[in-house]
Design a protein around this ligand. Structure first.
Ligand code: 16G
Length: 240
């Protein structure tokens, strides 16, 4: 795994070696990683070097540190294809995972000028302000902050919003969700997001801003979603 003649830094070689072992199934998700001492003895390298490689792999989401228990191989990241306009519920079900929602906030408020601008409605129009944690098989994946004009979903309740808003909109409210524009940005978790996503403050987070329209062009929702970068990656297909 380590070639001391190589111009590549040793920590980097170790990092790549561990990644390859995960890829090849030599190390399995949930396994304990060999200790710093073992790596340093096997490859005759300093513990500082091993520590650097491990800490980079933790930041990148390949390894996970559990306090008082050690370092483990992390579960594989979810890859979401950004081709179709899907909901969280659909994405999780597609993978055979049980979606779940913890409702943090559910309220009707008059839209501020800024929000009204984004939703393309008059300022003061009633909108649902919904903040929820989305989980898959009990693990928090994302925290969403969502705004929908209330007149589009007049019967929306907390219970319905804890399930699938897209499903409710399409199968019960008779709306046709059409298209969306999404922006992705890397941010670090602030105290509040870190607590909700069960990560350390400062951990990498993927922030996705989605604006969805109905088929007739009406803005249906604006959503800021914060996804755990150690659990999620997004794939974009391109053609030319
Ligand atoms: C996804 C969407 C979000 C939408 C939600 C509906 C992204 C980045 N965001 O989380 O915009 O409101 O699905 O999910 O994909 P639901 O139908 O399960 O409530």
């Amino acid at each position: 795994m380590i070639n001391k003649e190589s111009p590549l830094p040793i920590y980097y070689q170790l990092e790549e070696g561990i990644k390859k072992q995960i890829e090849d199934g030599v190390l399995h998700p949930g396994d304990t990683l060999p200790s710093e001492r073992e790596y340093s003895e096997i490859y005759s390298i300093s513990r500082m070097t091993v520590r650097q490689a491990i800490s980079n792999l933790v930041t990148e989401g390949f390894l996970e540190r559990k306090r008082g228990k050690g370092t483990f191989i992390a579960q594989k990241k979810f890859k979401q294809n950004l081709k179709g306009l899907t909901s969280f519920t659909e994405e999780m079900k597609k993978r055979g995972l049980e979606p779940e929602t913890i409702m943090i906030h559910f309220n009707k408020i008059p839209a501020s000028i800024t929000l009204a601008g984004k939703l393309e409605i008059e300022a003061g129009t009633q909108v649902f302000e919904i903040k929820r944690i989305r989980l898959a098989d009990g693990t928090p994946m994302a925290y969403e902050s969502l705004y929908v004009p209330a007149h589009l979903l007049p019967e929306l309740t907390i219970e319905l919003a804890k399930s699938s808003i897209y499903d409710y909109a399409e199968s019960m409210a008779g709306l046709e969700i059409g298209q969306a524009v999404q922006e992705l940005e890397a941010v670090t978790a602030k105290k509040r997001e870190a607590a909700m996503l069960e990560v350390k403050e400062g951990s990498p987070i993927l922030c996705i801003m989605r604006k969805t329209r109905l088929k007739d062009g009406t803005v249906f929702e604006v959503v800021d979603s914060y996804y755990r970068a150690d659990r999620y990656k997004f794939a974009v297909e391109m053609e030319r």
